[in-house]
Write a new protein. Sequence first.
Length: 155
Amino acid sequence: MDLAEIKTPRKIKFEAEIENIISLHGDLEAMRTRLGYSRRQICEELMVDPSAWTRWTQKEGSAPPHVYKTLSLLLPKLESQGLDIFKQRESLPEIIEEKTHLKEQSQNFELSHIEALRSQMSKIETDLQNREILSVGWKLLLILNFILIMYVLIR
């Protein structure tokens, strides 16, 4: 018997759960349709490459158990909210406004973080200068740390 054919109890359990989810909600494409997602949207939601979705939905294809579980958890939430899956989810201006707002929040957080780091570095530098132990090595270390922090935050 080939080692790949051996099924562990965990694998058997996962397969049974997948079969149960499929019997309740349908296959991957049926769940995607019920959720009202395009193929691109479902891939973004699941954080998977579109080629993986294509592979999973072809004949004999099989997605990992967590994909079925995630979709099955999204469906009852959608139905309990009484949402019409064929309604448009959000208008484009609302999506753009939300993304712009999130980007602004992220930039504000980064700026405040940079300012806090600058303040801390300034305090350390002042303290070291006051103690007259700020050698060339310490200055280089501070400069390199500052450059590294800026690189990480800007990247």
